[in-house]
Design a protein around this ligand. Structure first.
Ligand code: GLN
Length: 201
């Protein structure tokens, strides 16, 4: 869709993780997608997806590439962002079971526990009700995903598992998911993200 002046221009943080899956899904939805590794690349887009992967690595690389402060500033300025799995960890204000010295960008008033689903069930798929994005259940994949253990007054719960564990949250223009819609082909969260981008730019 490059060249379409109406296409939302969004970035995928491309330091580590499942960057391609997000880029393909967003392109399929009509967005113009750039891979973002440097501050000037971030400055050129109107929204950012933070992919799944390994949050401690994304954290380290983001500091090495001088991206931590620019991303924090973009969050503070209201840039729409979607974080999946490790991306949710990066958007959380507080972390449990992080590695020593691990930092997040913050922005979501939540406490997130890494690798919350443990070894017993490392990966699984589930059908999830997410009323905010429509009546049809969401098919989701959890891959050593985090769980939202505490939700502060600033953040809103979008979805929880039947046992009550919170797996999707939103705060202003930030959307954080424990699972990987980009892997199961679920596009409604990305559409919601692109709507935010379109209404802001
Ligand atoms: N366990 C990973 C982490 O701590 C997240 C897993 C994922 O993004 N699939 O960053």
């Amino acid at each position: 869709m490059a060249g379409n002046p109406k296409a939302p221009l969004v970035g995928v943080l491309a330091l580590q993780g499942d960057v391609r899956e997000h880029a393909a899904l967003l392109t399929g939805l009509g967005a113009e997608v750039r891979l973002v590794r440097r501050p000037e690349e971030l400055a050129a887009v109107d929204g950012l997806v933070i992919p799944g992967g390994e949050s401690s690595v994304i954290d380290k690389l983001s500091r090495m590439f001088g991206m931590q402060e620019p991303i924090r500033a973009a969050i503070a300025a209201g840039m729409p962002m979607l974080g999946t799995c490790a991306g949710l960890i990066m958007l959380a204000d507080r972390l449990v079971d992080a590695i020593d010295g691990q930092e997040s960008f913050g922005g979501l008033d939540v406490t997130v526990r890494r690798n919350a689903f443990g070894r017993q069930v490392e990966s699984f798929e589930a059908d999830l009700d997410v009323p905010a994005i429509g009546a049809a259940p969401v098919k989701v994949a959890f891959i050593r995903g985090p769980v939202v253990e505490a939700v502060g007054p600033g953040a809103e719960v979008l979805a929880a598992l039947p046992d009550g564990r919170v797996v999707a949250v939103e705060q202003g223009n930030l959307l954080g998911l424990s699972f990987h819609p980009e892997i199961t082909g679920e596009s409604r969260f990305h559409e919601r993200f692109l709507d935010r981008v379109a209404s802001r730019s």
